[in-house]
Design a protein. Structure first.
Length: 250
């Protein structure tokens, strides 16, 4: 499971990234400019950014809509693009979203929901880890996995972690930047070789809808923004609205 320990370094690094740079130049420049972190931390950050966030061809950084949106965006968009792309295909994150976050949010959204419907109890965390870890996983590894999953969900904006000794965790809906949501949706369709998908699926079941735990009305707003920006096109089949990715826009 990938985790980014130096968020500020990654954001700074991506802001300085330019299409046409060679990977060698990019890495050299990064080591010169991220001097506040240790070399080991810089190397880890560079590896994650290089492997998960850059579009490369023949050793050169390619122009991409993702990088353009990142450079043009406000801090919210940048974080959403960063963590959305980083975690969109991580099995651990998707399992945590589907098994811990979304079921509780469905309860929260019910009329007269219990006061603590959003709470993920220690027992719930233990059950989740017991289900998904190998049977003989040791206590230190279990604790580390729980900490990483919690932090990654918090980075996506769908989990709050209290600052007191209890480290209480609660789930929440997120309202990501619409362009980040739209890019992730178009990328999901393109990378899975889907030429179209029902808009109802995009709003409720797509990866960005799940990892950001968006309410349907907000997801609809994001889809409209993505269509308006040319990341997606909308068509109709038998009266049903369907979305099509625009590969050249990615």
């Amino acid at each position: 499971m990938r985790t980014l320990d130096q968020e500020d370094d990654a954001l700074s690094l991506l802001l300085d990234t330019r299409p046409g740079q060679s990977l060698t130049q990019w890495e050299h420049h990064a080591h010169e400019n991220l001097l506040q972190s240790s070399r080991a931390c810089r190397t880890s950050t560079l590896r994650i950014v290089r492997e998960c966030l850059l579009d490369l061809r023949d050793g050169l950084i390619q122009p991409s809509t993702w990088l353009r949106l990142f450079h043009e965006g406000n801090p919210l968009r940048r974080r959403n693009l960063l963590y959305g792309r980083l975690h969109a295909h991580q099995p651990w994150i998707l399992r945590a979203v589907d098994q811990l976050v979304l079921p509780r949010l469905r309860s929260v959204d019910e009329p007269l929901a219990p006061h603590d419907a959003d709470l993920v109890t220690p027992d719930a965390w233990d059950a989740f880890l017991a289900t998904n870890l190998l049977p003989k996983t040791g206590i230190p590894s279990t604790k580390k996995t729980r900490s990483i999953v919690r932090q990654n969900l918090a980075n996506l904006g769908i989990l709050t972690i209290s600052n007191d000794m209890s480290r209480q965790t609660r789930v929440r809906h997120s309202e990501p930047d619409p362009m980040a949501f739209g890019w992730l949706l178009a990328f999901e369709l393109t990378s899975s070789a889907r030429s179209e998908a029902p808009e109802s699926w995009a709003i409720a079941e797509s990866i960005p809808a799940r990892i950001f735990a968006t309410r349907p009305a907000y997801a609809t707003y994001c889809v409209e923004a993505a269509v308006g920006a040319g990341l997606l096109t909308r068509g109709f089949l038998a009266g049903s609205s369907r979305l099509h990715p625009v590969p050249e826009a990615l």
